[in-house]
Design a protein around this ligand. Structure first.
Ligand code: FES
Length: 165
């Protein structure tokens, strides 16, 4: 059985190369631009794979191992493809006491994900639990992509999902 692997297409071409060049102008060294460079990759591809890490390393004159160390340190970078909507629910103790487990159950049910970390069959959602989102007084906070929604309860989940564009 043969395995086919599509050739890697570079991220930093055309507009994305210009974006990187503009970022590099703002930093004292190329290495210092690593986080925003990775962000460009994630915006473009939705995740940061090994080949993209190698491309970033080449663009910034650093080693792929260094890039991987940074990607694996920050949970905001996805090392695997995720759904269009990446749902992060705080389930640290204060939010858990306020019903975060019920919120999680509701998201898993209404997105069709059914399991944490698994992308829904339609490719739209991935739901994970995270540590404190820094909104402990507004339990349960849920971050969907770059937006944080506070005071989420299980009964509000269908309406939140319906409002996503
Ligand atoms: S414990 Fe949930 S936001 Fe802090």
């Amino acid at each position: 059985m043969s395995t086919t692997h599509a050739p890697y297409e570079k991220v930093f071409v055309g507009k994305r190369m210009k974006d990187l060049d503009a970022i590099l102008l703002r930093y004292p060294t190329k290495q210092a631009a690593l986080l925003p460079a990775l962000w460009i990759v994630q915006e473009e591809r939705g995740w940061v794979g090994e080949e993209a890490m190698t491309e970033v390393a080449g663009a910034l004159d650093i080693t792929p191992a260094y890039v991987k160390g940074v990607v694996t340190f920050y949970t905001m970078y996805h090392q695997h493809p995720v759904g269009k909507y990446f749902v992060q629910i705080c389930t640290t103790s204060p939010c858990l006491c306020a019903g975060a487990d019920k919120v999680t159950e509701a998201f898993l049910k209404h997105t069709g994900c059914n399991e944490l970390g698994v992308t829904s069959p339609d490719g739209k959602y991935t739901v994970i639990e995270v540590e404190c989102l820094g909104a402990c007084g507004f339990a349960t906070p849920v971050q969907i992509n770059a937006d944080t929604i506070e005071n989420v309860s299980a009964d509000k989940v269908p309406q939140i999902l319906a409002g996503l564009k």
